[in-house]
Write a protein that binds this ligand. Structure first.
Ligand SMILES: NC(=O)c1ccc[n+]([C@@H]2O[C@H](COP(=O)([O-])OP(=O)(O)OC[C@H]3O[C@@H](n4cnc5c(N)ncnc54)[C@H](OP(=O)(O)O)[C@@H]3O)[C@@H](O)[C@H]2O)c1
Length: 261
């Protein structure tokens, strides 16, 4: 296992559940100190207690990242605490399931603020100092939904296409700076995602779901290897590949079928 993260500080968003909590555990196991961010402060505190037992420093900074002022305040809190972010894991995110025409605008707005704007804003807040110091690792959490139009998750999947293209382009711009950006694209993962999105699992989701611990491990390894992007799991890799070869209206129809209960 690479030791490049030992003693570094990682900020993990959405660390209160699912893949984010397992990113925190994976980074802690590599000797990384942590700044844990999400809205549920008590859950973060409980994870922090668990991880401090391993001898690393863990700070909890609760924030609602869909709000612009919370993101600015988070960056100020990090600075006031005398911390520097060496590793940024932009994991916080959620989806809204349903026909676009029937979805609530305020929920969609919150989703786009979190999945697109917050991810971009936090990257912009922390990347300049990483470049100045000549070291930084950024992990953006996308989705296999990024690779095709996804009826039922039309706006969410399109937001993840943004994450994928933004992350790969940024990684290119950062070449030679000592800073890299990796996009992790998970497929179906057994977390709170589906209850938050308002979707009952389909047969496809039940039969393909991966465990968040496995997905987080794949993401951290790809980040340490400075890969521009990675798809979690062989089946998801095959689907992301075949999608590229198929006409988009056809993949939209296939995704629609896979999302049926
Ligand atoms: N599970 C899947 O099948 C799947 C597939 C592809 C991609 N992903 C992506 O993986 C990432 C992690 O999702 P997950 O599956 O682990 O789902 P999850 O268990 O629901 O975790 C989502 C995390 O985001 C945090 N969060 C939500 N709204 C927030 C806000 N306004 N401000 C700050 N934090 C917020 C939540 O914490 P609080 O509620 O405490 O704020 C929670 O820690 C997301 O970007 C998701 O789009 C998931």
């Amino acid at each position: 296992m690479s030791t490049e993260l030992k003693g570094r500080t990682a900020l993990v968003t959405g660390a209160s559940s699912g893949i984010g909590a397992d990113f925190a555990r994976e980074l802690a196991a590599r000797g990384c100190n942590l700044i844990l961010v999400a809205r549920r402060a008590e859950v973060l505190e409980s994870l922090a207690r668990e991880l401090r037992a391993g001898g690393i420093k863990v700070v909890v900074m609760p924030a609602d990242l869909s709000a612009d002022d919370h993101r600015e305040r988070l960056a100020q809190q990090v600075e006031s605490a005398g911390l520097q972010v060496d590793v940024l894991v932009n994991n916080a995110g959620f989806g809204v399931f349903g026909n676009f025409a029937d979805t609530d605008w305020s929920r969609l707005d919150q989703m786009l603020q979190l999945d697109v704007v917050a991810l971009t804003h936090l990257t912009r807040l922390f990347v300049p100092a990483m470049v100045r110091r000549g070291f930084g690792r950024i992990l953006q959490v996308g989705s296999t939904g990024a690779f095709q139009p996804s009826p039922g998750y039309a706006s969410y999947a399109a937001a993840k296409s943004y994450v994928l293209n933004f992350g790969i382009a940024l990684n290119y711009e950062l070449k030679g700076s000592g800073v890299s950006c990796t996009v992790l694209n998970p497929g179906v993962t057994a977390t709170e995602f589906f209850s938050v999105a308002g979707q009952n699992w389909t047969w496809y989701q039940r039969s393909t779901a991966m465990q968040p611990r496995v997905v987080a491990g794949i993401g951290v390894r790809a980040m340490v290897s400075r890969k521009p992007s990675v798809v979690a799991g062989l089946l998801n890799q095959m689907m992301a590949f075949t999608t590229r070869l198929s006409p988009r209206p056809m993949t939209a129809a296939i995704v629609h079928e896979l999302m049926k209960n």
